[in-house]
Ligand binder design. Structure first.
Ligand SMILES: CC(C)(COP(=O)(O)OP(=O)(O)OC[C@H]1O[C@@H](n2cnc3c(N)ncnc32)[C@H](O)[C@@H]1OP(=O)(O)O)[C@@H](O)C(=O)NCCC(=O)NCCS
Length: 195
């Protein structure tokens, strides 16, 4: 890309960043201009957050579908995503500080309605429940986190896992659905099998 192209791209990114609810220091430089944001006005990014392209972050206002709430996505300080990061936020997704996500992580807080009727699934109102991810959480490559899940501080989720239930703090979890595999033993400072 030529010099002019670079200037145009930077300007476009500046215009986009002005639309965010809030953005911390150092994040502008570490979010690639190729990252796709829908609904940036519903999104807060902490300081030094890094999101490389390709990535797709969508905050969809479901009030048009009858929801009582605007979506709210909050990503903490020192966030480090890898390529292929995808988010669908229709209600609330909160990611704490110092989180590390491997490639192709997907987080969704909403599903389409699932009634069998004259109305196809794609036209049914979405069902949403908040997703809360604590501080210092490490999600391996291709982890999927589904609606209503809380992941505690210091959790590690193994690659390819699908998280459908809460995972307690200070544990390692994995599988489909993700289950606790190890817990941190503060006395011996090692990971041990849960009792
Ligand atoms: C979860 C992970 C961190 C565990 O690593 P580890 O500490 O060396 O794992 P352990 O060998 O102690 O495994 C503990 C148990 O978890 C199981 N396990 C490990 N990874 C798993 C996964 N992704 N899904 C399901 N189970 C998994 C192991 O088979 C073992 O089971 P066991 O209790 O029957 O023996 C690792 O397997 C992993 O998935 N890393 C993510 C890599 C990645 O995505 N990197 C991107 C870098 S940004």
């Amino acid at each position: 890309m030529g010099f002019l192209g670079k200037i145009k791209r930077r300007h476009k990114k500046k215009v986009l960043f002005r639309q965010f609810k809030s953005v911390g220091l150092g994040t502008f430089e570490h979010v690639s201009s190729g990252v796709s944001f829908i609904g940036p006005e519903f999104c807060s990014l902490g300081s030094n957050a890094s999101i490389p392209a390709p990535a797709s972050i969508s905050c969809i206002d479901l009030r048009a579908e009858g929801s009582n709430f605007a979506p709210s996505l909050s990503i903490g300080n020192n966030f480090c995503a890898n390529t292929g990061f995808s988010v669908f936020c229709g209600l609330g997704i909160q990611i704490g500080d110092n989180c590390l996500f491997g490639p192709d992580v997907l987080i969704m807080d909403s599903d389409h309605g699932d009634a069998i009727s004259d109305v196809p699934y794609q036209k049914q109102c979405r069902r949403s429940a908040k997703v809360l991810i604590g501080n210092n959480v490490y999600l391996g490559a291709r982890v999927v986190v589904l609606k209503g899940v809380t992941i505690g501080d210091n959790v590690i989720i193994g690659s390819n896992s699908v998280v459908t239930h809460d995972i307690p703090a200070n544990s390692k979890a994995g599988g489909i659905p993700a289950k606790v595999l190890r817990v941190w033993d503060a006395k011996t400072k090692t990971w041990i099998k849960p009792q």
